[in-house]
Each structure stands twice: as C-alpha cells, then as structure tokens.
Design a protein around this ligand. Structure first.
Ligand code: XMP
Length: 518
C-alpha cells in the first residue's frame, strides 16, 4: 500500500533536502519536486500536504521561481518556509518588502497562542532566520500568529484554507522547537497518521522485490560502501541465492577491508558472493600515472570494465540492481526558471548503467533504496543486521587510497598507507573522539625526509594525517584533536609502520583545502 504523501516544492533553497528529511523523521513519507511541476502532476500524486522551501531570490525578481494561485485552491494544506512564506504573501496579494536590517542567525520570536502550528511550543523561542525581504502585510484572510523584533510577520496563517507561512527555518536544529512545529503542521493541520516506518519499509520492499523478481536472478555490484551493502542486505532477504553480488577488490581499500566485506556477506547473508581480486590489474593500469584526475578516471573506468567482464561470464539474465539512493536522483529547483544548473544525477563510479552489449540480457534495473535518504538507508542497514563498520562507515572515495597516495601508486606505498591508516583509526577509536569526526584518514604524500633511528640516519616516508568536522562536506574544518592523541598516533606511526619516520597533521580547512589531498 502506498504511503500518505507530503510534497516539498523546491524553490532552490539550500535546506530543501533537510526539510524532506525532517518530514520523514516525523514518520511521514515525503518527496521533493521542482517548483514548476505541473499542478495536474501534483494533484495526481494526491499529497496530503505541500511545503514550499526557501530560496535565494526575491519574489519581485521576475526571474525568480513563482507559482500559480491555483495551487492554493486544491484544498491541500500548505506550509511556506522563508522564500516560500514570502511567495504565499506575494501570490495572494500581501505585501513583501526589503528589510532595513536583514535578519540572520538565531532570533527570538513570540507567538500569540492562537495557532495550532505552535501547539506545545513556549510563547517565546529561538528560531533560525536568514532573509533580506519580509512580509509587511499578509494577504487578506490571514492572521499574524508570531513576530520577532524586526519581523512583524514571523508567522501568519489562513486557518480556514489551511495555509501556513513561517519566515524562519523550522527544519534547522538552531530552531529550538522546529521539529515540534513541523510535527504540528503534519499531524494537527494535515492529519497524517505517521505511516512511514522503517520496519514497514523493509517488509513492504522485501514483498515487492519478491513479486518483481519472481524466480529470476539478480546481479548487484557491491563496493563495500553503505548504499550497496544495504541494497545487498535487502535483496538477500528477499530472494536469497537468486542474488549474486560481485565485489571488485581494486586493492585500494583500507587495511583488511576487502576481507571484512567478503566475510560479512558470505557469513551473514544468503547469496552468491563473487570477489574479483583485481589488485594487479589496477596496479598495472596505474603504473607511471601521477595526475590525480587521470588516476580517478582509470580507477573508475577499470572498475566498470572488471565488474562487467565478470558479469559477462554468466549472462543468464534476470535483473541488474544498484544502490542508488534518493539524493542521487533529486533534481534541484535551483531557484531560476531556466532550470540552469539543475543538479545532474551523479553517483559514484560503482553505480553504472548497463553497457549496450548487455542491455538485452536484463529484464530491468532494480533500485531498492531509490526513495531513501542516507540516514534512512543506515536505519534499514541496522535493522537488517549489517555490521556497524559498514552501516556507519565514514565516507570513502570511490578511487580509494588511489587519491591518498600522491604521485605514482605502487604496491609498497599502498601497504605503508594501509598500515598507517589502520594505526590512526585505531588510536581515534580508542580516544573516544570518533563521534566528533566526520572523516579521518592518513595520506602518503610521496615525500621522503631525513630522520634518525638509534645511531642511524634514515631517509623514509612522511605520513600526513587528516581529520575533519563538517555538516555537508562543502565546507569543513580541521578537527582539534587533543595533543596527547596526536602524540600517540605519531609515536605509533614511526615505531610500528615500517618506512615511516615523520608525521604531520593537516590543519587546513575547506576552503581553501579540499578534504582529500588529490
Ligand atoms: P573533497 O576532497 O572534494 O571531498 O573536499 C569531499 C568529500 O568527497 C569525497 N570524495 C570522493 N568521493 N569519489 C568519491 O566517491 C571521489 O573521487 C572523491 N573525491 C572526494 C571525500 O572523501 C569527502 O568525503
């Protein structure tokens, strides 16, 4: 049975996915659609709620995204956030003006107790504001329900028509009671029952996979990343041995990671597991290559080649499955009419289209996680019993250690880096600060320095360590790892990892640095 649906209409705001995630955290299934999705298409989906996102534009800019009045006549409750709030006012005849002083950051608002949107929220609370325009007069039939010192219309509504507007961002955690407000909108205003539950998702997906696959076979490329691992877990539960997972080991994984993936999936799950040990093949293709982009291209292309060469060995048909997740396929509204800059559908290299010569061999593509956000994928993974090491794995680039070894990649350098990285990770795990770090790893910059060991001079490798904190990986800060942890890491790296005689800690934020060194 289909879930009750909330649609987030994307006007190009930076928080559109966050809004959808928050809605789902409230137990309501939610999809993001571009602001110019035809009204008939929206109606056909029978949503019980619409949420208009923020956006970078002013409603008076003719190029900014607008919406037809018709949307307010469908009888579907609407919540407009930031730009979405101004758009409701503008479209229905209210007045939007430029602020004399823009509101940015944590702001106190007070509500008048009349709105169900603020049920169980204290009269005064902190919200997150970020706007240059504001609604100075709401449209006729609307009542102002909350104000801030600089914003007379922090929230307004037309209760009868179930149209609600808030100038602030309830979706960000800085808005103290934002979650409660969204819950109130979804449950008190729209009447959702809360039918988006991960246990049900697993049960329903397994049932529909069984129906779709019947007694046919399914092939899945397993990378050891979260998405393909959880897709494998779901498919295994649905069809067991009808599933074949092909795991291409390019030799550029972290220490023992390939063995761990193999052990997990062969011991814990019912499936056919094929591990292709392609380390030598990759090393051969990478010999003499030093340019980072070229390395990436080679690793990506060879990954696909090796995977499909393996699949070609047994072309008995069936389905091709991949771990595409919802953010991989959302097209952003981007807030302009031309759709310029619409996010291309990008997925790391292990998600590949079926090559031309193989297309006729397959009955179709299966993407069991295509509707899930990453945190939901992790929740499903945990419920399926996939080990934490895979479900909570920190981001690891598709080209693996290939972009953490600067210059030419050799077997020896891979070995040194794997050992160094394992020591660093071990110390971080022991230090109790792992949860504060989003990503941490070792880099082999291909620099040798002079050192001294006992009475001997050494001339050996430098290891750089990198640890970052970030919300979105677009910007990042270097982590303030305590000195004593750094000291232990440095000691152990020089003592335990052969060919390492010096350690540096990367204290560059992003920008100007990137997370990876290549
Ligand atoms: P940068 O280095 O661009 O990294 O600041 C941001 C995030 O992206 C990851 N990353 C990659 N992931 N293939 C991937 O699948 C790649 O080529 C790649 N390069 C960087 C990086 O680990 C970080 O999480």
């Amino acid at each position: 049975m289909a879930n009750q649906l909330c649609i987030v209409l994307d006007f190009g705001g930076q928080y559109n996915q966050l809004i959808a995630r928050r809605v789902r955290e409230c137990g309501v299934y939610c999809e993001i659609k571009k602001f110019d999705t035809p009204i008939d298409e929206i109606k056909a989906l029978e949503p019980m709620a619409l949420i208009f996102t923020g956006g970078p534009n002013s409603v008076y800019d003719p190029r900014s995204p607008h919406i037809s009045k018709e949307i307010f006549e469908l009888g579907i409750p609407v919540l407009g956030i930031c730009y979405g709030c101004q758009l409701i006012a503008y479209t229905l005849g209210g007045v939007v003006e430029s602020c004399t002083k823009s509101e940015y950051g944590k702001i106190e608002i007070s509500h008048n107790g009349s709105s169900v949107l603020f049920k169980d929220i204290p009269e005064k609370s902190t919200v997150w504001m970020s706007h240059n325009d504001f609604v100075s007069r709401p449209p006729q039939g609307f009542e102002i329900t909350a104000v801030s010192s600089d914003c007379p219309g922090a929230a307004f509504e037309n209760k009868e028509k179930k149209l609600y507007a808030v100038q602030f961002h309830p979706e960000v955690t800085h808005s103290e009671f934002g979650r409660q407000l969204m819950h109130n909108f979804l449950y008190e205003v729209c009447g959702f029952s809360g039918d988006w539950v991960m246990d049900d998702f697993i049960e329903n997906t397994v049932a529909s996979l069984r129906r779709q696959i019947g007694n046919k076979k399914v092939i899945l490329g397993l990378s050891g990343g979260v998405d393909s691992s959880v897709a494998a877990g779901l498919l295994s539960r649905a069809v067991g041995k009808q599933l074949t997972c092909v795991f291409v080991d390019h030799g550029l994984m972290r220490k023992d990671e390939g063995d761990f993936v193999e052990e997990t999936f062969t011991k814990m799950f019912d499936m056919n597991f094929i591990r292709v040990n392609a380390q030598e093949h990759f090393l051969g293709k990478l010999r003499g290559v030093t340019d980072p982009e070229e390395k990436r291209k080679i690793i990506g292309a060879e990954f696909i080649n090796v995977f499909w060469d393996e699949v070609r060995k047994d072309t008995a048909g069936g389905f091709f499955a991949q771990g595409t997740i919802y953010p991989d396929r959302i097209e952003s509204g981007k807030g302009n009419k031309s759709g310029e800059g619409s996010a291309a559908v990008i997925k790391t290299h292990h998600n590949t289209a079926i090559p031309d010569d193989m297309r006729d061999n397959f009955d179709g593509i299966i993407e069991p996680l295509a509707d899930l956000f990453k945190d939901e994928v992790r929740a499903v993974g945990e419920k399926l019993g996939i080990p934490n090491e895979l479900v909570w794995r920190q981001p690891f680039p598709g080209p693996g250690l290939g972009v953490r070894i600067i210059g030419e990649i050799t077997e020896e350098k891979i070995h040194i880096l794997q050992e160094a990285d394992a020591v660093f990770r071990d110390e971080i795990a022991k230090s109790g600060i792992e949860d504060q770090l989003k990503q941490f790893f070792a880099v082999l910059p291909d620099v040798k320095t002079v050192g001294v060991m006992g009475d001997h001079r050494t001339y050996d490798h430098l290891i750089a360590i990198r640890a970052i904190t970030t919300d979105d990986f677009m910007t990042a800060d270097w982590a303030r790892i305590p000195y004593d942890v750094l000291a232990r890491v440095s000691n152990r790296l020089c003592n335990e990892v052969e060919h390492v005689n010096r350690v540096v800690y990367d204290i560059t934020s992003k920008p100007p640095g990137t997370v990876e060194w290549e």
